[in-house]
Ligand binder design. Structure first.
Ligand code: NAD
Length: 487
């Protein structure tokens, strides 16, 4: 059966999901399809009163269901049922995801939705396996570290992988015994609403998963500043992360994890397998048209092999199949909005004004919707805006180096430290350079996350605080209590 679908036939839910049901709300923002610019549906904007209502529903559900106190195996079972239902409804969930996002339908269904179900299973399994600790004290005492859920976790997610980002937040927060109030991006709100509905159908107590729609300044601020939100979990830009820190500081102290932007380098040493490196680099910048936090957008190649690498990259860049996200054959995504397309165009023009050469691309694609041509820029200095800015588009810079030390200096970004890639056959060099890279993740002879969800993800420097995925994400959703008993 073909995965292609007619976007006009997709009925998007409009409202907030509060207390286990969809609560109708007036749409205030248009949600446009990036593939053709057509307005698909509207997005309401929850204000403080709506957020209040969702927090109250979450607290009432926690109390009534005793979700954080029940035998943890019950949470495991409910979350497995949730994951199973996500898989069973993959077609509809994938369509709601793809219709207004940049995710091609084939990738949504086989990739994003499938991974979301797996991640929920992965986190479910922590619920009855990850516990506290008995710690060494004097023999006349018993010291232990107990742990408990926070209560209501406020989660805010970006538009670039809507369903899987929601999964990153829901999985660990629910497994750890919390309720969640999730705000997806106002540009891609519909798949999160369906996830909330599926959670109820799967038997997760109504009110534990609430989804409110809206923008950052109104709804996002209302969530992060709400006294009933015990913990904030955010994925998005570094600028918004800083605004959230400021708002949390203004309105009361609470813990937060922040997964923020990146401008990740990929170093190709002279002894690298160039075909492998070109495959990984092309995938690392063409996936989702570069609209990926971990996009490996800065290639730093040994001078002797830079031309040979460039030839290989050009061949791979020519093989893209741009198209509407609802066509099964599409493998190259549109840019999320005309505004973002204008931003990419502006940064590339500024880089050219500052001396960069365009090897390929350097302009929007001549077709409906908002598509930007895969682009490679050379002759860039470390100060070039193409090297310093997170472009969030299919734009690669190529810089050459003579010595390892120079490669490491070029790789270091003043603001970001999310990921880095290394290509070499020399194990010692791989480990030596990996240890010197200022990045929360280093991929060696590969690029991009795997399905090894046990590996945490998160940034150094302005790329974030704390981790998603891995044991760390589960632990971040519980707080510890030290208990000391005199015997
Ligand atoms: P964004 O920061 O503009 O928006 C992200 C979310 O935050 C949206 O839901 C938005 O409505 C909300 N928001 C915006 N301002 C807010 C505020 N002041 N208070 C509360 N909420 C606010 O980011 P985006 O454009 O949706 O996504 C792209 C960015 O996300 C890129 O910078 C990318 O690198 C980053 N990202 C990071 C990761 C990671 O794992 N580190 C993963 C995906 C995306």
């Amino acid at each position: 059966m073909s995965l292609s679908f007619d976007p006009a036939a997709i009925d998007c839910p409009v409202g907030h999901h509060i207390g286990g049901r969809l609560v109708a709300a007036e749409p205030e923002l248009a949600v446009r399809r990036p593939s053709d610019g057509v307005a698909q549906a509207g997005c309401p904007v929850a204000d403080v009163a709506v957020v209040d209502r969702a927090v109250a529903a979450a607290n009432a559900a926690l109390k009534a269901s005793r979700w954080g106190e029940v035998r943890p195996r019950e949470r495991v079972r409910a979350l497995h049922a949730f994951a199973d239902l996500i898989e069973r409804e993959a077609t509809m969930l994938g369509r709601l995801e793809s219709v207004v996002s940049t995710r091609p339908i084939a990738q949504s269904i086989a990739g994003d939705v499938a991974v979301t179900a797996e991640q929920i299973r992965f986190f479910a399994e922590f619920a009855d396996k990850e516990g506290g600790d008995l710690v060494p004290t004097g023999s006349d005492r018993l010291g232990m570290i107990d742990s408990e859920p926070y209560g209501v976790v406020g989660a805010i997610t970006p538009w670039n992988f809507p369903v899987s980002m929601a999964g990153w937040k829901l999985g660990p927060a629910l497994a750890a015994g919390n309720a969640v109030l999730l705000k997806p991006s106002e540009m891609t709100p519909f798949s999160a609403l369906m996830l909330a509905e599926l959670s109820v159908r799967a038997g997760i107590p109504a009110g534990l998963v609430n989804v409110v729609l809206g923008d950052g300044p109104t709804t996002g601020n209302a969530i992060t500043g709400h006294p009933g939100i015990a913990k904030v979990s955010f994925t998005g830009s570094t600028v918004a992360g800083a605004a959230i820190m400021a708002n949390v500081a203004r309105t009361g102290i609470k813990p937060m994890t922040l997964e923020l932007g990146g401008k990740s380098p990929q170093i190709v040493f002279a002894d690298a397998d160039l075909d492998l490196a070109a495959d990984c680099i092309a995938r690392g910048i063409l996936a989702n048209a570069g609209q990926v936090c971990v996009a490996g957008s800065r290639v730093i190649a040994a001078a002797g092999i830079a031309d040979a690498l460039l030839d290989r990259l050009l061949a791979r860049f020519a093989a893209i199949a741009p198209g509407a996200t609802w066509d099964e054959g599409t493998n190259f995504s549109p840019i999320i909005s005309q505004r973002q397309l204008g931003r990419i165009t502006g940064i590339v023009e500024a880089a050219v004004d500052a001396g960069a050469d365009i090897v390929t691309g350097g302009r929007p694609l001549d077709r409906d919707g908002s598509f930007y041509a895969p682009t490679i820029l050379t002759a860039v200095t470390p100060q070039s805006p193409a090297v310093t800015e997170e472009i969030f588009g299919p734009v690669l810079t190529l810089q050459a180096f003579a010595e390892e030390e120079e490669a490491l200096a070029l790789a270091d970004h003043p603001t970001y430290g999310l990921c880095a890639g290394l290509y070499t056959r020399d194990f010692s060099r791989a480990m030596r350079t990996s240890r010197r890279l200022q990045a929360g993740t280093v991929w060696i002879n590969r690029y991009g996350r795997s399905t090894d969800h046990i590996l945490p993800t998160g940034g150094y420097k302005g790329s974030g605080i704390g981790k998603d995925l891995g044991r760390e994400a589960y632990r971040a959703n519980r707080r510890t209590k030290s208990v000391l008993i005199d015997l």
